[in-house]
Design a protein. Structure first.
Length: 324
């Protein structure tokens, strides 16, 4: 079982059991309910489509989970997504697809470094700092595009959209595989490495972590850079799907990502959570959207249901912390 306390322990605590079993039971009930409600749910086409739908918000959920566990917020994720996608297309048009992809990822990493500098060096709270920088990044994307939609060269379009094409067995897209690989790598990083233990320690009690010899600033910087790189990858996937990019693409997706992490049981107060929980959270939100579509429900009520889920998850987290 994934440890999610701020300090290592061999004893499994009751709050951890409640969080783990609660979210897994919720996912199971949702799957069973949809399976019995509509025959289309368990078809291979629908399941592959679900995985593809989860790729972009899933990559951002990986970012949000890392940040929350470390005691940080990153509200610039969707803006980094847009800036990276725009940068990738502009560079692709002039220098080719490979250089464009590298430029998009590099743009994301640079945004993460700027986020870290503001949060760590200027000591601005991550919530405010990344929110303000999100406006800056979207403004830069707007300047680069002159307010228009940008496209790669027409002859580059087939290769540019390769990530979104169902070219793998069962119709799985490379974007889905990219999401799974990134999630697996970050899961192992957070759960099985010294760096992961330091992330938990910093999120649980930054001052205690500093006194124990952990370089708190370096850990936070690394987490923010990883967060922005994940956002950049999400931008490449989203641009590949549409074959274009614009300054306002992906707006508010960071809120969906944070919601998925919280629904999955990652604490907004830091030091508790796990990447697999964020993945369960995004699975639940994706299944809810899919269920509304398959059953023909009014999607207006979907937002209401998701809002209650987030509120309930935060309330349960607070209750478990008081008992812990």
């Amino acid at each position: 079982m994934q440890r999610s306390a701020s300090a290592p322990t061999r004893r499994v605590r009751r709050p951890e059991i409640v969080r783990d079993h609660g979210i897994l039971l919720s996912l199971l009930v949702l799957v069973l309910g949809l399976s019995m409600s509509t025959e289309a749910f368990l078809t291979s086409t629908n399941l592959v489509n679900l995985l593809d739908q989860a790729a972009v918000p899933g990559l951002l959920t990986c970012s949000a989970t890392l940040c929350l566990v470390c005691g940080l917020f990153d509200l610039s994720m969707s803006a980094v997504l847009a800036l990276s996608a725009v940068t990738s297309i502009l560079v692709t048009g002039r220098f080719g697809l490979l250089w464009g992809a590298c430029a998009g990822i590099l743009a994301g990493a640079l945004c993460g470094l700027v986020n870290g500098a503001v949060v760590i060096r200027a000591r601005v709270h991550s919530f405010i700092g990344t929110l303000a920088l999100g406006f800056v990044y979207r403004g830069l994307a707007l300047i680069l595009t002159a307010g228009a939609i940008v496209y790669p060269q027409s002859w580059q379009l087939p290769r540019f959209q390769l990530l979104a094409r169902p070219i793998l067995p069962m119709g799985i897209t490379p974007a889905s595989v990219l999401f799974l690989l990134v999630a697996a790598a970050l899961w192992l990083l957070l759960a099985g490495t010294t760096f992961g233990r330091r992330v938990y320690a910093v999120g649980g009690n930054a001052e205690a972590a500093r006194l124990s010899g952990i370089r708190v600033g370096a850990v936070r910087m690394a987490v923010l850079v990883l967060s922005s790189v994940c956002a950049a990858l999400a931008g490449l996937v989203l641009a590949s799907r549409g074959g274009s990019a614009q300054a306002d693409m992906g707006s508010l997706l960071e809120l969906t990502a944070i919601a998925a992490a919280v629904v999955g049981g990652t604490s907004v107060l830091g030091g508790q959570g796990a990447l697999w929980r964020g993945l369960v959270g995004i699975a639940i939100l994706t299944l809810i959207g899919n269920g509304f579509n398959l059953l023909g429900f009014d999607t207006t009520y979907q937002q209401v249901l998701e809002g209650f889920l987030i509120l309930g998850a935060v309330s349960v987290d607070q209750a478990l912390r008081r008992r812990d």
